[in-house]
Each structure stands twice: as structure tokens, then as C-alpha cells.
Design a protein around this ligand. Structure first.
Ligand SMILES: [Zn+2]
Length: 404
């Protein structure tokens, strides 16, 4: 009899602790049409939950990489016998580390001016549109486009690049097609955490675009305005992605230090850098009172993600993962974890594999590798792995090395 009473009581307690919730997923607030993983606007669903604790926290992960370049030898390797192009092999291995994040971001350091003018690498990049197809397939959701190569093919190329990104449903920020487009700061609603992404460059190699709105230059008044605008749109985390620094220089310059300090004071929570083509250090910082998090994060330079640059340090990069957690009861938000996957670029040195391929550098420590990775190449990969581990560790930062 006692047992029956106990069972009845237990059933009642379980029933009371469960509740039916009706949740409406809020569509993202960016004007820039963008497909969010695991969400579709206006989706409504009923869920029976019995574990309120899991509903207390919302977590998102952002994956970030540095420079995505397409030098002429990459164009050559992507060219198929029928004259078309395919960049998919470049990301075939690494895509599994990119497509799990809620938002995957990279720096697009080329333009898509189209086939009417010759494809080219440095100094005036014009890349086949198929690179975008491969980037989309690899998991990229957003490409920052303000960099010193944004105007390599002039206004026309800059605008066509945006058109191609839109065509393949990749979000963009940094270069813009109108004043309204520039002023609509990108705020992404990811699992009910609102993240703004802003992007600025120190300048361009050639001539600036004809209209100032076409390119975000590093301008303190503009950055301050954009951060305020992002907060106004409900951004809980503001990420500033800078294109700055000195090429081949891992140590931040005085100017970079000033630019990062400014972003901190203007209320940025996460600051990411690229341009130097070599990896730089990362660290947490005590955020400004206007920021939402106590502890912000800066990655001074993410290095190259893919390029034909092959000397030491330029062939190494990382996939940086930042997880952000929000306690929905207290409304507090913080950077929960950071991890990185060291990468290394195979450049089609062997006739058997004429491709540029981004690989996890930790492959260098694996016993069984594809035959195109000769012993000499594994030595270079191992060197890249060790360099990266040493560099990221120099600030005593506890980043978790992500297993390949
Ligand atoms: Zn650059």
C-alpha cells in the first residue's frame, strides 16, 4: 500500500515539474537575408520539457577564420578540364570543423568581378564565383569584406562581389551596396542570443570606392556609431572584425594596439583581427562598462586560412571557436569557452594532388596519412602546429586545442 502511495506521489511530482511551452522563434533582425542554422523564421513548435535547468541557459558557438585568398596557382588548381572551376577540394577536409557552429565567419580577401575580365591573383584579385559555392558548402555563413583588396576590381567588382554572395545566401559586412545597406548593422539572432558583427579596414591597395558607404574604413566616429546602433537593435554581443596591422608581423603594432583599445572602450565584447597573413596572440580582457560581458576576448590576428603563401607562419592558421552563454533567468551573458583548431595549407606540391587543401595541422601527429603528404610536408605541418601552439600559449590563455 505504501508503495502505491509513493508511486502516485512521484507521478504527481513529475507531472507538476513538466510543462508545455509554446515558443516562437524570433526571426533574425539583420536586413541581410541569411539562413540561420537550426532556425527558420516564424517557426512555432510545442515542446514538453521536464528539465527546466537546460532551458535556463542558451549557448551559441561562433567559428572564425582569417584570410581567405585565391592566388593564381589556386585558380589554376581549381580549374577543371572543361574550363569550369571547383574549389570544393580545398575545404573537403576542414568543412566538418566549420559547419557545426551557429555562425561561421571568414575574411574574404578577393573580389568576384566575373569572367568578362581575366581571373587573377595578386595584386588585383579576381576569382571565379565557384569559390563562393565552395565556401557556402564548407559552412561559411558570413564573410567580412572590408580589406585592402576590396577595390581590386573597382566599384563594379566590389558591387558584383556582394551580388554573388547574396546569390549564394552568404551574409556580408564591410562593403555595401547602398547607404542603407551600410547603416543596417548586422545583428544575428542565434538561439535567442543577439550578436552584432562589424567590420572595418585600414584602407585599400589602390583607389577607394567612389561612394564612402561602399567600404567601411577604420574610423572611430563610424565605429562608435555602429556599436551604438547595434546595441539599439538589441545586440547583446558586439564583435568587431578589423583588417589592420602589418603584413608578416605577428606582434601587434602601436597602431593596432590603439585600434583595439578604442574598440574596447567603445563597448566591443569580441575583437578579431586579420591582414598580417600570420597568426598572432589571443587574450581575454576586462571589458568596458558599456560592454555586456565582464571579460572580453581579442584575437589580434587569425593569419591565413587559405592562400598560396608558403613560407613559415603564412601557411598556418586556426579555426577559432568562441562559445557564448546566456543565463535567461538573470539575463547575464558571458564568453563560456574558446578553442582552436590549428590549420595548415597543403599547396598541391605533388603531381598526384594538384589542389590547395586546408588541413588540421594536428594531422602531423597521426600515423596514417594520405600518400600526397610526403615526409617533408609532414615536417612543415608539424612546424606549423608547434608554432601555433606556442604562440597561442604565450599569453597564458587557456584555449582548448580542438581534437582533429
Ligand atoms: Zn589584407
Amino acid at each position: 500500500m505504501r508503495k502505491i502511495w509513493f508511486c502516485l506521489l512521484a507521478t504527481l511530482v513529475i507531472w507538476m515539474s513538466c510543462k508545455t511551452i509554446k515558443e516562437t522563434v524570433i526571426p533574425m533582425s539583420s536586413d541581410n537575408a541569411m539562413l540561420l542554422k537550426e532556425m527558420s523564421p516564424n517557426d512555432k513548435f510545442d515542446t514538453v520539457i521536464c528539465a527546466p535547468r537546460t532551458d535556463t541557459f542558451a549557448t551559441i558557438t561562433i567559428s572564425l577564420v582569417g584570410d581567405i585568398m585565391s592566388h593564381m596557382s589556386q585558380v589554376g588548381n581549381a580549374k577543371l578540364e572543361d574550363g569550369t572551376y571547383d574549389y570544393a577540394p580545398s575545404f573537403a577536409v576542414i568543412k566538418q570543423y566549420l559547419n557545426k557552429a551557429d555562425l561561421t565567419i571568414g575574411n574574404l580577401e578577393t573580389t568576384f568581378a566575373g569572367p568578362d575580365q581575366p581571373y587573377s591573383g595578386y595584386p588585383g584579385f579576381n576569382t571565379p564565383d565557384q569559390l563562393v559555392v565552395a565556401l557556402k558548402d564548407a559552412g561559411f555563413d558570413l564573410l567580412v569584406t572590408a580589406n585592402n583588396h576590396s577595390t581590386d576590381t573597382g566599384d563594379k567588382g566590389l558591387l558584383r562581389t556582394i551580388k554573388i554572395l547574396e546569390q549564394f545566401a552568404i551574409s556580408y559586412v564591410g562593403t555595401h551596396k547602398s547607404q542603407q545597406d551600410r547603416d543596417s548593422v548586422r545583428v544575428y539572432n542565434l538561439n535567442n542570443i543577439k550578436l552584432a558583427v562589424l567590420n572595418y579596414t585600414y584602407g585599400v591597395n589602390g583607389v577607394l570606392p567612389s561612394k564612402p558607404y561602399m567600404l567601411n574604413l577604420i574610423d572611430t566616429a563610424l565605429i562608435r556609431k555602429d556599436i551604438l546602433s547595434a546595441r539599439g537593435k538589441g545586440a547583446e554581443i558586439v564583435l568587431v572584425y578589423y583588417h589592420y596591422g602589418k603584413e608578416n608581423e605577428a606582434q601587434p603594432t602601436t597602431t593596432q594596439k590603439r585600434q583595439v583599445e578604442f574598440a574596447k572602450q567603445a563597448g566591443a565584447d569580441i575583437i578579431i583581427g586579420a591582414h598580417s597573413h600570420v597568426l598572432s596572440t589571443m587574450e581575454y580582457f576586462k571589458a568596458d562598462t558599456s560592454a555586456r560581458v565582464d571579460s572580453g576576448f581579442v584575437a589580434w590576428g587569425l593569419g591565413n586560412f587559405i592562400s598560396n603563401q608558403y613560407w613559415r607562419y603564412t601557411d598556418a592558421g586556426v579555426v577559432l571557436n568562441i562559445s557564448i552563454e546566456k543565463n535567461k533567468l538573470t539575463d547575464s551573458i558571458y564568453i563560456a569557452t574558446s578553442s582552436y583548431l590549428p590549420t595548415w595549407v597543403y599547396r598541391g606540391q605533388n603531381k598526384s594532388m594538384q589542389q590547395h587543401i586546408v588541413l588540421p595541422a594536428q594531422w602531423a601527429e597521426m600515423d596514417s596519412l594520405p600518400p600526397y603528404l610526403t615526409k617533408d610536408l609532414v615536417v612543415l605541418m608539424k612546424e606549423a602546429l608547434d608554432d601555433t601552439k606556442q604562440l597561442i600559449g604565450t599569453k597564458g590563455i587557456k584555449l582548448t586545442l580542438q581534437a582533429p
